[in-house]
Design a protein. Sequence first.
Length: 259
Amino acid sequence: MQVTELHDLRTQGFRSLPGLVPDDELGRLRRAVDELHELAGALTESSGDFVLEASGVGGWAAWRRGIAPIPGLLRSVQRIHAHVPYFSELQERLDLVDSVVTPAVGAPVRMVNSFLWAKPPKVGSEKPWHQDMAFAPPGFDTGHRSVMTVWIAVDAATESNGCLQFVPGSHLHGLLPHTGERDDLPASEAVEPQVDPGRVFPGVTPVSLPLSSGSAVVFDGLILHRSAPNLTQDQPRTAVSFVFEVPRPVWTRAAVPTP
């Protein structure tokens, strides 16, 4: 990463990486995504790493509430590198560890998860405002460790089909309280963990980050971000992401009080 890119990541919490995936690699990436859809084709309910989409409430809420999803229609898959080996090969070929993440934090890192994010037309649900570190597993040392994500657009991500949105600089304020599942709601009322940025950061305007197919964004585990529903009739918004465990970056260790 260049000096200006590092500056943006450290001060804003995210940085776009235009054209990260070469054109000749995009075809292979799309075929690997198709393999995941084929694996989900026979599913009638979310199972294991595979979460199906659901009309109205969204895939995550349907999964937690026991509501029937749309058979075979993916919303997300985790550990995609374990289901389709190509994804491990992809992150190595793109040299994400040595060219992107390690230079950002100045220390060795390791990949700990990978995801498919499928936001189909018409029914692709919102991913509410959240910080990735709010989903850290029990026992994770959040005082000294964090995560960094490289999110790659397989389809063009636009404001209409649900590109990522960020609250710049929110990663400097530490881990924010998330409402939702961890409020001990009954399963029938489960709400995905989320933050209201208007309440926490009044007057701050979130920014949208459209990305062309093959472009990417790298972002800090404490940056507040979301993706809106896919409101288009015929434009899927598919992405894959790779999550790396990193030493907690020095710029987030002394959290700035929230307004």
